[in-house]
Write a protein that binds this ligand. Structure first.
Ligand SMILES: *Cc1c(COP(=O)(O)O)cnc(C)c1O
Length: 393
């Protein structure tokens, strides 16, 4: 079965657009114009130039020899950790702000959990000289001091959110509320492949530069433009969507997704949305959601702030339910172990999110000749406090 988005913004049963009346026109406008704008020569030229000269793309595809020996397959790392601001999120933030500019918007909104998307968006806003407001749960504001200071230094206004659990879901709700009050001049830059149509598709397209580069780089290094396996972690699913994008309908390529198991999928401390979630609507689209019988969100938990989200992008719900992708829940301790392993044998300190993907390598039975490409979505600088606490584990 072909993986594709239908005219209403659905991947199979998942996706669509469930938005408040007042934003209906914004979504209509965006759905109508986004493809034309992002496929225009003028847009592509500016986007490609910024990805190259500002973000530092292409990111290297690195054959990790010692990791390969450990895993028993040929493992390549797609180094999104080397991007400006330290993760894949900047690809999407720049894509969306260029779109906002062309739509005549002057004010940028974003939500952020750990602060990574907030920093990427504040960076893009500084670059484009646009006003930027970032909503962030109060709990996260306290936990992520450095990212909050970075956003401020970049000129963004950080608004602490005190509703609900004071984390990412609540920040997203508040950002939506703000947008409802300023539908004319404001553009909402969502940080992952989630939300109402056309956001999941738009974000996947901006991140698809990852698999576009993998194709070229594999051709140069392996003499064929596809791997046997692609491996990525999923929070909302943007780095995974970008990694899989040009291979979604290439059956030769097996897709592996690592989601955050937290303390275990059979405990109440987990963020394994695909494993534990049920069908529902969250932040504008139908997908898998961690919810109770009354449809109330169950607070997710993961050691990694970037995977700590109670939903999942509709593409990934579809890939999992149709069996196109294999989803592996990875627990906190497994992710930590994989982070220390990569650091020790390859000299690369990965983000905790990416460490979930690395841990998944140990759960797949590879053949020695298999070519595996794993996306290192970000670098571990932001996770040092957590790593320090766990030095002796
Ligand atoms: C935000 C983040 C993620 C999770 O987001 P996706 O949209 O699922 O990619 C993964 N890795 C890093 C480094 C992040 O900052």
């Amino acid at each position: 079965m072909k993986v594709e988005l239908d005219a209403n913004g659905y991947y199979g049963r998942f996706g669509g657009s469930f938005v408040p009346e007042i934003l209906h026109r914004n979504f209509e406008e965006l759905s109508k114009c986004y493809l034309e704008i992002i496929n225009s020569e003028d847009f592509k030229e500016e986007f490609d130039m910024l990805l190259r000269d500002y973000v530092g793309r292409p990111s290297p595809l690195y054959l990790a020899k010692r990791l390969s020996a450990e895993i028993g397959a040929k493992v390549y790392l797609k180094r999104e950790d080397l991007n400006h601001t330290g993760a894949h999120k900047i690809n999407n933030a720049i894509g969306q702000i260029l779109l906002a500019k062309r739509m005549g918007k002057t004010r940028i909104l974003a939500e952020t959990g750990a602060g990574q998307h907030g920093v990427a968006t504040a960076t893009a806003a500084a670059l484009m000289n646009m006003q930027c407001v970032v909503y962030m749960g109060e709990t996260d504001v306290e936990r992520q001091f450095l990212n909050v200071q970075k956003m401020k230094m970049l000129g963004a206004t950080v608004v602490p959110v005190t509703s609900g659990n004071k984390t990412l879901k609540d920040a997203t709700n508040e950002a939506f509320r703000d947008w409802c009050n300023h539908p004319e001049d404001t553009f909402y830059i969502i940080g992952s492949a989630v939300g109402a149509h056309p956001y999941p598709d738009m974000v996947a397209r901006f991140q698809s530069v990852i698999s576009e580069e993998i194709k070229k780089q594999l051709m140069e290094q392996e003499g064929r433009d596809y791997p046997d396996y692609l491996v990525a972690c999923v929070g909302g699913g943007s780095n995974a969507a970008g990694t899989f994008y040009h291979y979604l309908n290439d059956e030769r390529v097996k897709l592996i997704e690592a989601e955050a198991g937290g303390l275990g999928v059979d405990t109440d401390k987990t963020a394994a949305t695909i494993y534990c979630g049920t069908e529902g609507i969250l932040h504008g689209s139908r997908s898998l959601v961690m919810q109770d019988e009354d449809g109330q969100i169950i607070e997710p938990y993961s050691i990694s702030a970037g995977l700590d989200y109670p939903g999942i992008g509709p593409l990934h719900a579809h890939l999992a339910k149709t069996g196109r992708a294999e989803v592996l829940p990875i627990n906190d301790d497994e992710a930590l172990k994989a982070a220390f392993e990569l650091t020790k044998i390859e000299g690369i300190i990965p983000a905790l999110e990416s460490s979930h993907a690395l841990a998944a390598l140990h759960k797949v039975k590879f053949k020695p000749e298999d070519v595996v490409v794993l996306t290192v979505s970000g670098r571990g600088d932001k996770d040092m406090p957590t790593y320090i606490k766990n030095f002796n584990v």
